[in-house]
Design a binder for this molecule. Structure first.
Ligand SMILES: C[S@@+](CC[C@H](N)C(=O)[O-])C[C@H]1O[C@@H](n2cnc3c(N)ncnc32)[C@H](O)[C@@H]1O
Length: 218
């Protein structure tokens, strides 16, 4: 069944779904396992957690997290992506009763307030313009329980010459002004604007990707 994509001003990756699992390890310079492990450590999933992944792509990170959850205790992860083809690929490769995937825009989540213990997102925020960065962070805040955790890994202010070269080249090569906002380092202030506590930078990869952790105040 073809899953329709959700209209959004974000840059969806329907066309990349068939090859995404081959391309991502290259983009992460063959460090995908270490990168995913760092994100999972920052998230610290508990067996009974309800977790949401924004811009989940083909769902590999969701699958790794789901292995740490206990369905008998209610543990479940839901990955959402606005690209129908990504959700199709994710369901086919990684769908399971405690690892679900839904076509949905991160700026308009169809979940009730306070539904999740934690929200995670990897390499999604440089795909959406500033207003959607803001809206999706407000949505993440809304759907988290008080005390809920937020982990975001994405392009940030570069800290090395190589990091600066890669970021600026990506911005112009992919004609993606949304990346320029990440390069300016807007994410931490937007998290605070949405109501989260000032984020910690838990890790930094390749001189331009930061892993931020914060919580929704209880
Ligand atoms: C670079 S991929 C990251 C995928 C995955 N999280 C990972 O780390 O490999 C960014 C994803 O964001 C999705 N996306 C773009 N705009 C979106 C939106 N407004 N809401 C939800 N997903 C969106 C794209 O379709 C794409 O799958």
């Amino acid at each position: 069944m073809t899953i329709p994509s959700i209209p959004t001003k974000g840059r969806t990756l329907d066309y990349a779904a068939p090859v995404y699992d081959l391309l991502e390890p290259l983009c992460l310079l063959n460090k995908q396992a270490a990168y995913d492990q760092t994100l999972i450590q920052a998230l610290a999933p508990q067996p009974g957690d309800m977790i949401l992944d924004l811009g989940c792509g083909t769902g590999l990170l969701c699958q790794k997290i789901s292995a740490l959850l206990d369905p008998a205790q209610g543990g479940c992860i839901t990955g959402i992506d606005a690209a129908g083809a990504m959700i199709e690929a994710a369901r086919e490769k990684r769908g399971a009763p405690n690892c679900r995937f839904e076509a949905m825009a991160a700026e308009q989540l169809a979940f009730e307030d306070g539904s999740f213990d934690a929200v995670i997102s990897s390499l999604f925020y440089h795909h959406v313009p500033l207003e959607l960065k803001q809206q999706s962070l407000h949505e993440a805040f809304r759907v988290l329980k008080p005390g809920g955790r937020l982990v975001i890994a994405d392009m940030d202010k570069p800290t090395t010459l190589l990091g600066a070269l890669v970021s600026h080249a990506s911005r112009w090569l992919f004609m993606q002004p949304q990346i320029a906002e990440n390069i300016r380092g807007v994410l931490p202030e937007l998290m605070v604007e949405a109501g989260f506590l000032p984020p910690q930078r838990a890790a930094h990869f390749f001189g331009y990707i930061s892993v931020f952790t914060t919580i929704k105040p209880a």
